[in-house]
Design a protein around this ligand. Structure first.
Ligand code: NAP
Ligand code: ZN
Ligand code: ZN
Length: 351
């Protein structure tokens, strides 16, 4: 069946209307009418081929919330009308150790990404959430808890899980001084989730104008990294740093803010930069990375957010504003996630 979408045809072209084919639901599939899709910086990196290997035409989008419109004959546990979420991947091998442990994002064969990738057959391109509907296997869909505003839930599907997972893995609690670096889509979710876990949270931002927002989002403190001496004055004071910056920056400056045995986890994926061994050796510091989260942990995150009333701060936009929205994200001018209202895109006339 057909779906309306927005796609790019090359790394330098803007997003434009496009029609794509979605498969009819197989026995274990759900057909989902997409209601909202968040705009993650990873969409922009891939649209512009900043990570290499991009596949065109590309329909981005991996922060999907929608309603089940049709179910396959053998689907159990899902009904027509259920509100569901789809994140960064739509399949994986299911048998490797990572998949068996519910860490499908680290699948040994490589996860099947929601867009800019292929289905399990290795041939059929995947198209993401900037579209009116999507067909997904029932095992790769999350249940959206009731009572939450859906446009504010969509960003949890990537920004939420990507920040929840490393904060949970570190075990953030009230004894920890946590720094969230970069106050964008991921960063603002990191602040809310780290606070909900009990941490004392400081935002490090290169945008001095975000101070009031950071405090309103729940941060205890704000550090403007463009201020002279910001790195010197705050040396050796954090237990955990979550680095969400999307652009090239000096990791050594931030590592130096960790106390003895502190950990910095990278979730932002900018161009590479050199790392000094001394930044780690001096205080036995740890530098780690983290990739989204698995299906089990994604559900745990949604339930945690529902329990703590954590949702994203969003600017809802119609589909046709997407190119403008990208430009604003690139200027760090998003408060704090753009979310596309998919009802602004009409279903194609023919089936
Ligand atoms: P975003 O909304 O654009 O936020 C990024 C923030 O980084 C900006 O708001 C800005 O915060 C800061 N920043 C931007 N340019 C900077 C510069 N030149 N120097 C210092 N700080 C700068 O992006 P996002 O959607 O949160 O994504 C952030 C990164 O995470 C991207 O690289 C994305 O691809 C990656 N990501 C990774 C995963 C994963 O699984 N690991 C998942 C999703 C996204 P301030 O204005 O506060 O300084
Ligand atoms: Zn993302
Ligand atoms: Zn696997």
């Amino acid at each position: 069946m057909l779906a309306s979408a927005y796609a790019v045809m090359s790394a330098t072209s803007p997003l434009k209307p496009h029609t794509i084919q979605r498969r009819d639901p197989g026995p274990h599939d759900l057909l989902i009418d997409i209601l909202y899709c968040g705009v993650c910086h990873s969409d922009i990196h891939q649209v512009r081929d900043q990570w290499g290997g991009s596949i065109y035409p590309m329909v981005p989008g991996h922060e999907i919330v929608g309603r089940v419109a049709k179910i396959g004959s053998q689907v159990t546990g899902w009904d027509i009308g259920d509100t569901v979420g789809v994140g960064y991947f739509i399949d994986s091998c299911r048998v490797c150790a990572a998949c068996q442990e519910g860490e499908e994002q680290y699948c040994e064969e490589g996860m099947n990404t929601t867009f800019n990738g292929h289905e399990r057959d290795g041939k059929t391109p995947t198209y993401g959430g900037y579209s009116t509907r999507i067909t997904v296997n029932e095992g790769y869909v999350l249940r959206i808890p009731e009572g939450l505003p859906l446009e504010r839930v969509a960003p949890l599907m990537c920004a939420g899980i990507t920040t929840y997972s490393p904060l949970r893995r570190f075990g953030v609690n009230s004894s920890h001084d946590v720094a969230v670096v970069g106050l964008g889509g991921l960063g603002h979710m990191g602040v809310k989730i780290a606070k909900a876990m009990g941490g004392r949270v400081t935002v490090l931002s290169h945008s001095s104008g975000k101070r009031n927002d950071a405090l309103a989002l729940g941060a205890d403190e704000f550090i403007d990294t463009s201020e002279k001496d910001a790195f010197k004055v705050n040396a050796c004071r954090f237990d955990f740093i979550l680095d969400t910056i999307s652009a090239r920056h000096d990791y050594n400056d931030y590592l130096n803010l960790l106390r003895l045995d502190g950990t910095m986890t990278l979730v932002g994926i900018p161009d590479p930069i050199p790392l000094s061994a001394l930044s780690l050796v001096i205080k036995r510091r740890k530098l780690t990375g983290s990739l989204i989260g698995g299906i089990r942990e994604g559900q745990e995150m949604l339930d945690f957010c529902a329990e703590h009333g954590v949702v994203s701060d969003v600017e809802v936009i119609p589909m046709e504003m997407i190119n403008e929205a990208y430009e604003r994200v690139l200027k760090s001018d998003v408060h704090y996630r753009f979310v596309i209202d998919m009802q602004s895109l009409k279903q194609p006339c023919s089936k």
